[in-house]
Design a protein around this ligand. Structure first.
Ligand code: ADP
Length: 153
């Protein structure tokens, strides 16, 4: 059976933190699907097509990474894609508290799906899409926080 992982998130926009998690996990899985959730309560800055374009560009040289959008429960999307793993990144205690609850609930919903965590690289622990958006909105230069392959207009 193929080892397929879903990396779900808002990716509004993708950051170096996300990029690092996916690139470090890529050798461990046959396929990683970066899955942009469309039913998030977070209000988006970049539309879905733009987020998808930026993620595709980021991973254009990583052959086992795909990009998709989804709505509904992440575990249902995993089943549709034959994925047995959910990949998530951890930056802090706050992430842990949040991720712990979601992972435990997902386990209760679909026991066979395992959530797989990677700790962030120390240099990326302060990077979040929210802060990148704030800086960008206010005219600051975010290039050091986003993947080298992309730029935000
Ligand atoms: P969500 O809306 O689900 O929180 P995000 O796009 O903010 O989606 O994040 C998706 C995943 O990437 C989450 O597991 C999050 O913890 C992780 N992540 C976000 N920023 C970083 C970072 N700087 N380093 C490592 N992981 C990160």
């Amino acid at each position: 059976m193929k080892r397929i992982a879903i990396f779900p998130g808002s990716f509004d926009p993708i950051t170096k933190g996300h990029e690092s998690i996916v690139k470090r996990a890529a050798p461990l899985f046959d396929k990683i699907i970066v899955a942009i959730g469309v039913n998030s309560s977070k209000k988006g800055m970049f539309d879905l097509a733009k987020r998808e374009e930026l993620i595709k560009k980021t991973f254009e040289n990583v052959s086992n990474v795909e990009v998709m959008t989804y709505s509904g429960l992440t575990v249902d999307f995993c089943e549709q894609q034959n994925a047995n793993y959910i990949l998530r990144g951890l930056r802090s205690n706050a992430d842990f508290e949040y991720e712990f609850t979601i992972a435990q609930m997902n386990k209760l919903l679909k026991n066979k799906i395992e959530t797989f965590f990677l700790l962030t690289e120390p240099e990326y622990s302060a990077i979040s899409s929210t802060i990148v958006k704030d800086i960008h909105r206010n005219g600051g230069d975010v290039s050091q926080f986003i993947p080298a392959a992309i730029s935000l207009k």
